[in-house]
Ligand binder design. Structure first.
Ligand SMILES: [Zn+2]
Length: 59
């Protein structure tokens, strides 16, 4: 039995959690998660609006 855990990132810049979307970075093939509204990402979070949740995926 395997348990898959997926980490999902959210940004609270609008007052409610908005899920970050994967976008391609300058480096080919690399994806980064970005808030569509304010542009924050887990590695660049100047306003500390990023939160995450570990979601267990059940088959
Ligand atoms: Zn945001």
């Amino acid at each position: 039995m395997t348990i898959d855990v997926e980490r999902r990132y959210f940004c609270n810049c609008s007052g409610k959690p908005l899920e970050l979307v994967p976008v391609e970075t300058d480096e080919e093939g690399q994806l980064d998660l970005i808030c569509e509204r304010c542009g924050a990402s887990p590695s660049s979070d100047p306003k500390h609006t990023i939160t995450y949740q570990d979601v267990t995926l059940d088959d």
